[in-house]
Write a protein that binds this ligand. Structure first.
Ligand SMILES: CC(C)(COP(=O)(O)OP(=O)(O)OC[C@H]1O[C@@H](n2cnc3c(N)ncnc32)[C@H](O)[C@@H]1OP(=O)(O)O)[C@@H](O)C(=O)NCCC(=O)NCCS
Length: 194
């Protein structure tokens, strides 16, 4: 797989992984890893649309970069150390409603990167930013009840399962319920104070 150059701006996640802004600067590498995981991602997200072309990915990343500058989104890719740079292995992001003081997070990992806490680490960094510099009061997750790995991660991060949006997701096989999980700033600060 294509790597992203080490000279790019990154936010460290320990010694072996980083968060990288999800912008057109990483379009080729991001397109490759997104397409490789397209079925895994769309299995839980019916709004992802058709598999993107390289031009679609570039457009989506340009929009993500603009949203970051405007303060409405925090779009990040997850990279792990590789020769000469970083190999992209997933994504973590936050939709921000600063007027309401709330955000909604999403994430996915390449199959090769699952099972070692990388998504939890990336989400922890995102939540530090959300409840720190961004000053949010509440972050939400929306999860399909059958998505056990994602529900486990929500619990690991201290989210509370708050309710069910009945038949909120239109999948090819019919309507699915959607669980809402919430985490408040004081709960995150309490959990990370140790
Ligand atoms: C949801 C998803 C990101 C979870 O991936 P994951 O690998 O389980 O999550 P993490 O990277 O945080 O790893 C946690 C696992 O690593 C283990 N682990 C190992 N070292 C760890 C560490 N230092 N810290 C935390 N967990 C660690 C945990 O025990 C856990 O394994 P378990 O579930 O068997 O107990 C992944 O399944 C995915 O991409 N799914 C498809 C897309 C998707 O569903 N997105 C979410 C839509 S709501």
């Amino acid at each position: 797989m294509r790597t992203v150059t080490a000279s790019m701006f990154t936010c460290p996640l320990g010694d072996d992984a980083v968060l990288i802004p999800r912008t057109p600067a990483i379009a080729a590498a991001y397109h490759e890893v997104f397409l490789a995981n397209y079925e895994r991602i769309t299995r839980w997200n019916p709004t992802a649309g058709d598999a993107p072309s390289p031009e679609d990915t570039r457009r989506t990343l340009a929009e993500a970069g603009r949203a970051w500058v405007e303060g409405t989104r925090l779009p990040l890719a997850i990279g792990v150390k590789a020769e000469g740079g970083w190999r992209l292995v997933g994504s973590v992001g936050l939709e921000v409603d600063s007027a309401a003081g709330t955000g909604e997070a999403g994430y996915w990992l390449d199959a090769s990167a699952e099972g070692r806490g990388l998504a939890t680490r990336a989400m922890s960094a995102l939540l530090d930013e959300a409840f720190g510099p961004l000053g949010l009061h509440r972050v939400e997750l929306r999860i399909d009840p059958a998505n056990e790995p994602s529900r486990k991660m929500a619990r690991r991060l201290g989210f509370t399962q708050e309710g069910v949006l009945r038949e909120a997701l239109a999948f090819a096989d019919g309507w699915h319920d959607e669980l809402v999980y919430g985490l408040l700033a004081e709960e995150w600060r309490g959990a990370t104070r140790g």
